[in-house]
Design a protein around this ligand. Structure first.
Ligand SMILES: NCc1[nH]cc(CCC(=O)O)c1CC(=O)O
Length: 332
């Protein structure tokens, strides 16, 4: 294939770095790649993620550009991608995932344990807020928005004592040394898909799909994120809730993996840990299954958690009396 590939990217530092990495991989395989900047509502709006539609705000403009044929491929943070399949488009490749853990960026090099009671920790993510409240009920969690630079700036300016960020994002920005603590998985389970990228193109572009899969696909990561996203797809129907999920195979071993997350020894086995903090359903669940059927594993884990709900409300996936509606705000 000799055509020059137009790779659509958001202008943010994180998006540019992720897209640049994918472009470099493709160029190393001998393909010509041009970066095309696309503006999205998620970059422009100062409103909270749930106010501007929750999931998908970062992806929609790139998807419009793909459908219009203005670009050939787009790179998304997998955790920002809605779970519903997008008609006409396909995730042609899921590259090998970065370390999926969250980190703390705190004043004075403090760790989560070292933060004094009453310290103010910023996050815009209900998933992170729920787990912080569990680990350190004596901290004050403050809702924040903005890109990685803005969020770290709130610590540097003294407005906040700390922020929680994805380690992968800092790594991609070359700012990992600013992390003051890597949060263990038993304290802070990441968002489904965290640390992984999705490379999307037109479903009909079979030539490009093959090229992207050959250059970029990492099968163990694909299986893991499919299991994680199947949990999300089953639980997000109708309620705004903090959901964390991480699946690993022997080939995606994460440092600091807790003993509750039984690390599989076989490549064809997937271990999935799920954390949910609905008002009526708090808990963790660990399941193991074949990596050949990741969606079944994820769905079964979600069903197991839902079976703990009141049977009347289990059908909607929402706890009794939960007034919240709309898509799940798992964007960060
Ligand atoms: N919610 C925004 C977002 N989307 C992807 C990343 C980081 C990279 C990744 O997790 O893949 C971040 C920043 C963060 O959560 O700290």
């Amino acid at each position: 294939m000799t055509r020059a590939l137009r790779l659509g990217t958001r202008a943010s530092a994180l998006a540019t770095s992720q897209s640049g990495w994918v472009a470099d991989q493709l160029r190393a395989a001998g393909h010509e790649v041009e970066l095309v900047h696309v503006r999205t509502e998620g970059d422009v709006s100062r409103a909270s993620l749930s106010e501007i539609g929750g999931t998908g705000v970062f992806a929609s403009a790139l998807r419009d550009a793909l459908r219009a044929g203005r670009i050939d491929l787009a790179v998304h943070s997998l955790k920002d991608l809605p779970t519903a399949p997008e008609p006409g488009l396909v995730v042609a490749a899921v590259p090998e995932r970065e370390d999926p853990r969250d980190v703390l960026v705190a004043r004075d090099g403090l760790t989560l344990e070292g933060l004094p009671a009453g310290s103010v920790v910023g996050t815009g993510s209900p998933r992170r807020a729920a787990q912080l409240a569990e680990a350190r009920p004596d901290l004050v969690v403050q809702d924040i928005r903005g890109n990685v630079d803005t969020r770290i700036g709130l610590v540097r300016s003294g407005e906040l004592d700390a922020v929680v960020l994805a380690r992968a994002g800092l790594a991609r920005l070359g700012r990992l040394e600013e992390a003051t603590d890597v949060l263990p998985l038993e304290t802070m389970l990441p968002a489904p898909g965290q640390g992984a990228l999705a490379v999307e193109c037109a479903e009909a572009d079979t030539e490009l799909r093959t090229l992207l899969a050959d250059c970029l696909e990492h099968a163990p990561t694909r299986a893991a994120v499919e299991a994680e996203r199947a949990v999300l797809a089953r639980l997000e129907a109708g309620c705004t809730a903090p959901v964390a999920a991480l699946a690993t195979t022997a080939m995606t071993t994460t440092p600091g993996t807790p003993s509750t997350h039984r690390e599989p020894v076989r490549d064809d086995e997937l271990t999935l840990t799920v954390f949910v903090a609905l008002p009526a359903l708090q808990g963790r669940h660990v399941a193991t299954g074949s990596s050949a059927f990741p969606v079944s594993l994820g769905r079964a884990a979600a069903e197991h958690l839902l079976s703990r709900l009141d049977p009347v409300d289990a059908a909607s996936g929402c706890p009794a009396g939960d007034p919240s509606r709309g898509s799940l705000a798992h964007g960060a």
